[in-house]
Design a protein around this ligand. Structure first.
Ligand code: HPA
Length: 271
């Protein structure tokens, strides 16, 4: 695995001039950021040795290198989910490559179902902590000592200073945000009412099918993480409706401008 990571990152390093500082996974809510970047290099996943390939035809799979608000960034357009059939090692491969290229910070976004009764569809939740309910762990197996320790600390998965900064930005802009705990499940089915109830009772505010593995891999390498969820549906008793992918996409698109607005400014203020 180390050799594969090294080959992939060496391949990319030969093609870019400047190291990225921040890696950004363009999940739901952040897609628009791709239009905001002053891009100087675009590399398709299919060109990169050992890089996982997108399964869905027509789905983007590329790394965009450039600058946003004065910071060097690498955007990951097209992410990998466990439910698609990728191994956890594949799911986090791009995060590890971004780190090997120099990124010491990670921004991730996702769509999620709100299980906190105070949440409404379309709300934005800044992630303050996570519960990993995925059936596998990207750090399982021989430890890659070059990347981080065997037993990584998880006492602050999401950087509290960045979280406070993002909250400040949102308040200044008059954008309502919650802070909460993200539970990560494998999917691909949405939850049953009993499962939503369970997820709420164990201490989560929202549930989705990504992010936690990426953040575990990032923390293993000591990256500072910031995450944001768009609440696209509710798993709250009495408010549970049929959830479709289309509805999730529709709600997410509406929230996208606000999420991007906060993250753009956060990047500018990032130290
Ligand atoms: N559950 C899991 N993943 C999701 C949901 C949900 O309700 N909404 C969007 N992604």
């Amino acid at each position: 695995m180390w050799n594969q990571l090294k080959e992939a990152s060496d391949f990319i390093a030969d093609r870019i001039e400047k190291q990225p500082e921040i890696g950004i996974v363009l999940g739901t809510g952040l897609g628009g950021l791709a239009d905001k970047v002053k891009a100087d290099h675009v590399i398709e996943y299919s060109e990169i040795p050992h890089f996982p390939q997108s399964t869905v035809e027509g789905h983007d799979g590329k790394l965009i290198f450039g600058e946003i608000n004065g910071k060097r960034v690498v955007l990951m357009k097209g992410r990998f989910h466990y439910y698609e059939g990728y191994s956890m090692q594949q799911v986090v491969f791009p995060i590890r490559v971004m780190h090997l290229l120099g990124a010491s910070n990670l921004i991730v976004s996702n769509a999620s179902g709100g299980v906190n009764p105070e949440f409404e569809v379309g709300d934005i939740m800044l992630i303050q902590d996570q519960i990993n309910l995925q059936p596998d762990n990207p750090l399982r197996g021989p430890n890659l000592d070059q990347l981080g320790p065997r037993f990584p600390d998880m006492s602050e998965p999401y950087d509290l200073r960045l979280l406070a900064l993002a909250e400040e930005v949102a308040i200044q802009k008059g954008i309502k945000v919650h802070k909460g705990v993200y539970a990560s499940v494998s999917g691909p089915n949405f939850e049953t009412p009993a499962e939503y109830g369970y997820i709420s009772r164990i201490g989560a505010d929202a549930v989705g099918m990504s992010t936690a593995p990426e953040v575990m891999a990032a923390r293993h390498m000591g990256m500072r993480c910031f995450g944001v969820s768009v609440i696209t549906d509710l798993g709250v008793e009495g408010k549970i409706e049929v959830v479709t992918h289309e509805e999730v996409q529709k709600v997410a698109q509406k929230a996208e401008e606000l999420v991007s607005d906060v993250v753009l400014e956060l990047i500018g203020k990032w130290e």
